[in-house]
Design a protein around this ligand. Structure first.
Ligand code: SF4
Length: 237
């Protein structure tokens, strides 16, 4: 970044980032939620927009791991059309869950985890998803990213959910200089005003899918191209 970090990383800086990135994604002055095109949102956000029950958010996030957005959305909807509570899920066999969520990546492991999570929620949490990070990461197959997104979209609890898009963009822009998503989460917590914690994931996932792509990002249409140091970018459009 060409300017002094302390000087530019104020509330106004982040407001401009959110506005500029949203406009670039939607191709208009609209926000992601205001543009009327729901498919611009990441798949788990789409699921949460329809019904933000923490269980649905948790399971959709689990399905989304190493899976394309369109596949995640369709697979989640197929599964939730037959079961969308832990108790209803336990009435299904592992094979039925596998059939519903295929071809999501690692669908057999995910189906097994979905059953084990449902069992644990019924036996230890009264059939409810706990609004607590430690309890969430103790569930089978649930890591920090899944726990944070569940807290964000299922409960409206502030947490920064760092996936590969968030990690990559935060490092390319020089906001952070980190080796893994865990470090990125901690560093972003220091520089990002709290009110941006929840919407950051949605914004950067969409931005990473459409503009700051993993291979050959579209820097020519990026609103921060004149100040972004593009760290680690070898080829851009
Ligand atoms: S200028 Fe390029 S590398 Fe930097 S945020 Fe924009 S698209 Fe990503």
């Amino acid at each position: 970044m060409k300017e002094n970090k302390k000087q530019i990383m104020d509330e106004k800086y982040w407001e401009d980032i959110f506005h500029g990135f949203s406009c670039a994604i939607t191709g208009s002055g609209e926000t992601l939620h205001g543009c009327g095109t729901q498919s611009l949102l990441p798949s788990v956000s789409q699921i949460a927009e329809e019904d933000s029950s923490p269980f649905r958010v948790l399971i959709a996030t689990l399905i989304s791991l190493r899976t394309k957005d369109a596949v995640t959305y369709a697979a989640s909807r197929r599964l939730f059309s037959v079961a969308n509570t832990p108790r209803a899920m336990l009435a299904l066999s592992q094979e039925q869950i596998e059939t519903a969520i295929a071809p999501a990546g690692f669908f057999r492991t995910k189906a097994r985890n979905i059953l084990e999570i449902s069992k644990k929620l019924v036996e230890e949490h009264g059939g409810l998803v706990p609004p607590d990070k430690e309890a969430l990461v103790s569930l089978p197959g649930v890591g920090t990213k899944t726990a944070n997104l569940t807290l964000n979209l299922g409960f409206g609890i502030d947490a920064i959910c760092v996936d590969c898009h968030v990690h990559t963009i935060a490092n390319r822009t020089g906001w952070v200089s980190t080796k893994n998503p865990e470090q990125t989460e901690k560093e972003l917590e220091k520089i990002l005003p709290r009110r941006f914690w929840i919407p950051l994931n949605e914004l950067l996932v969409s931005y990473g899918q459409k503009i700051c792509t993993s291979v050959s990002p579209r820097c020519s249409i990026c609103p921060i191209a004149s100040t972004c140091p593009c760290i680690g970018v070898k080829k851009s459009r």
